[in-house]
Write a protein that binds this ligand. Structure first.
Ligand SMILES: [Zn+2]
Length: 364
């Protein structure tokens, strides 16, 4: 293996936080989800913590899907953009770069970087090794160097099987609607909101979007053949009809949701809906954040837990990331000589990899 130096830059990314890495190998310098003067940036996906510090990049490389959802979320890239396709090879200096599906959100990309001396480097960005209703699982490829996210890189983060989480969400929505309530599922506007919309609508629940950004991202997903069915928040008549017949709402920001409803349906109607609303958070973090009753967190093999029929959780552990087992399994399949771990409990995760015979270095 040649001389391959990875450098982590501390970056100012505004209110969303974030991370950025610099891959340096001889003359070659590539920014990974960060812009550096005169350096090409490989952008893994359009979530806020990855696009917050692109300024200064010579050019930003991303999939067309990432560019479209980035624009749908009001994001702008002032630098020149080069769009790339999954599975094709692109030359950057003396490196060959192949974008690969990361399974995290629409357009999300892992980059396989083959250096001039033959060293293969895999940068994962955020990734998910499970199929979801709207995304296809990331597949590992062998590489000498793995640069892996470690968001859930601790053994307490093992998620229940996705079909069980799906069942719990669908059951909960149906039960609420039967009880005259309005279930409101809070989810990231890119990725989780579309998964929730697909899940509920495919299981017979009418879904209203609560935010304009979700509407716009939904339309991008729909262009790439994802089967979504929803009521636009701006479609006043359809929204009124859906709410009076019984529907779920998918929203990224409930303050904006109530403001949007007030604008379209008026104060009195909105107050009545607020009074019937039941909020749920869709996030991997909900596994341990107290949004399920204390002491009753489900172990993966017994999800949904016994209490579910009698208690109302306020969150469902639906994640767009690999969980601890998935992270370990992925790294083992890549079989790198060295792994760099970024974001999350990086020291702990590096220790777990080292314990399985993979040299691992925490970065960031
Ligand atoms: Zn992400």
């Amino acid at each position: 293996m040649g001389v391959c130096t990875l450098t982590v830059r501390s970056v100012e990314t505004g209110p969303h936080g974030g991370h950025g890495l610099l891959l340096q190998h001889g003359e070659l310098r590539l920014g990974l989800d960060v812009g550096l003067p005169g350096v090409t940036t490989l952008l893994s996906h359009a979530h806020a913590d990855h696009i917050g510090s692109l300024s200064g990049a010579r050019e930003v490389v991303m999939t067309r899907q990432t560019l479209e959802v980035l624009r749908a979320r009001n994001g702008t890239v002032r630098q020149p953009v080069r769009t790339v396709e999954f599975g094709k090879q692109y030359e950057f200096g003396n490196a060959t770069v192949t974008p690969l599906n990361a399974g995290h959100v629409l357009g999300s990309t892992m980059f396989l970087i083959e250096l001039g001396d033959g060293t293969r480097v895999l940068y994962t960005g955020d990734f998910n090794t499970e199929d979801s209703l709207v995304h296809t699982a990331a597949e590992p490829v062998e590489a000498d160097v793995l640069i892996t996210e470690a968001t859930y890189g601790s053994p307490e983060w093992v998620f229940p099987d996705r079909p069980k989480v799906y069942d719990a969400i669908v059951t909960s929505a149906r039960r609420d609607i039967e009880d005259g309530l309005v279930p409101v599922f809070r989810a990231y506007s890119l990725g989780k909101a579309q998964e929730a919309t697909a899940l509920l609508s495919q299981n017979g629940t009418v879904v209203a979007s609560g935010n304009f950004v979700i509407d716009r991202v939904n339309w991008v997903y729909a262009r790439y053949s994802q089967s979504l069915s929803w009521v636009d928040v701006a479609d006043r008549e359809a929204l009124r009809e859906a709410l009076s017949a019984g529907c779920a709402i998918v929203a990224s920001d409930t303050r904006h949701l109530w403001a949007n409803l007030q604008r379209h349906l008026g104060h009195t109607t909105t107050r009545a809906i607020v009074g019937r609303a039941k909020e749920y958070r869709l996030s991997g973090w909900s596994l341990h954040d107290g949004s399920v009753p204390h002491g009753l967190q489900a172990r993966p093999h017994e999800y949904p837990p016994r209490w579910f029929r009698h208690a109302q959780p306020s969150g469902f552990p639906l994640s767009a990331h690999a969980d601890f087992h998935d992270l370990i399994g992925f790294a083992s399949a890549v079989a790198p000589r060295i792994a760099y771990c970024f974001v999350g409990p990086v020291h702990e995760f590096a220790g777990h990899l080292a314990g399985r015979g993979i040299d691992a270095v925490p970065v960031g």
